[in-house]
Design a protein around this ligand. Structure first.
Ligand SMILES: Nc1ncnc2c1ncn2[C@@H]1O[C@H](COP(=O)(O)OP(=O)(O)O)[C@@H](O)[C@H]1O
Ligand SMILES: [Mg+2]
Length: 239
């Protein structure tokens, strides 16, 4: 039996109009993503990767076409509905971590838990930090942590609420190679546990470790499938 897709886009177009100029960031994109897939969205700067991710994460809505995520039709969803949907369904991980500098690691994760309206509070925050290997860092503030540790706090924040969809926009962009591979390992593990994990990158090497690579160029899908030569182990990546 094949699993039902958790993300479906049907002929999605997103264009931005600024004065006289219209920029088409995504042009007629159709795709389906299954839970448990580690998918990389690959392409050069400006090709529409973030636009696609923001659409799936309900931060933005299509100009035309149809969008379904986790069984919800988000096509014409209003701000409030999208906000509620995000809280319940989406975990976001950003290139620059987006942690609150005045909150400790545990408090940053707990904040995410509270916003999502999930039970567990501090204890859940601490146990999720343990899960990402930060048991010894729960009381540290972001400026007392390395880049990789900060990104792991951000991942813990996205994981703690049990969201079925994890979206990461260039999550290793600020990190050195070894730390980047560690972060990819954590994300891989989440896909293995059944989540839908989508990672945006312009780094072809990262794409080699994905189950599936969706390549964009000028807002269109130019290829979609397993990486050429098959998925390689993270230990074989170099960049
Ligand atoms: N809010 C916006 N207003 C106007 N143009 C935008 C906006 N967001 C993105 N774009 C344009 O859409 C295109 C795709 O952007 P983006 O999705 O951020 O690309 P990527 O993440 O691949 O670098 C770019 O040409 C960008 O300038
Ligand atoms: Mg981007």
């Amino acid at each position: 039996m094949t699993a039902a897709p958790i993300v479906t886009l049907e002929h999605v177009t997103r264009s931005y109009t600024l004065g006289e100029v219209t920029v088409t960031a995504l042009a007629d994109v159709s795709l389906e993503i299954l839970p448990g897939e580690f998918t990389v969205i690959l392409g050069p700067s400006g090709c529409g990767k973030t636009t696609l991710l923001n659409m799936i994460g309900a931060l933005d809505t299509p100009t035309s076409g149809r969008l379904l995520v986790a069984g919800r039709d988000l096509t014409g969803a209003g701000r409030k509905e999208r906000f509620r949907f995000r809280r319940e369904t989406i975990g976001f991980i950003f290139q620059t971590f987006n942690l609150f500098p005045a909150l400790t690691a545990a408090e940053n994760v707990e904040f995410g838990i509270d916003v999502a309206g999930v039970d567990g509070g501090h204890e859940l925050a601490v146990s999720t930090l343990e899960q990402v290997g930060l048991a010894e860092r729960v009381r540290h503030f972001p400026h007392e942590l390395s880049g990789g540790e900060q990104q792991r706090v951000a991942i813990a924040r996205a994981l703690a609420t049990g969201s079925p969809v994890l979206l990461a926009d260039e999550p290793t962009g600020e990190l050195d190679f070894t730390t980047g591979v560690q972060i990819l390992g954590l994300l891989h593990q989440q896909a293995h546990e059944g989540r839908c994990v989508l990672v945006v990158t312009h780094n072809r090497e990262i794409a080699r470790a994905a189950h599936r690579v969706i390549e964009l160029s000028s807002g269109r899908i130019v290829s979609d499938g397993p990486p050429a030569g098959g998925t390689v182990d993270l230990t074989r990546l170099r960049w």
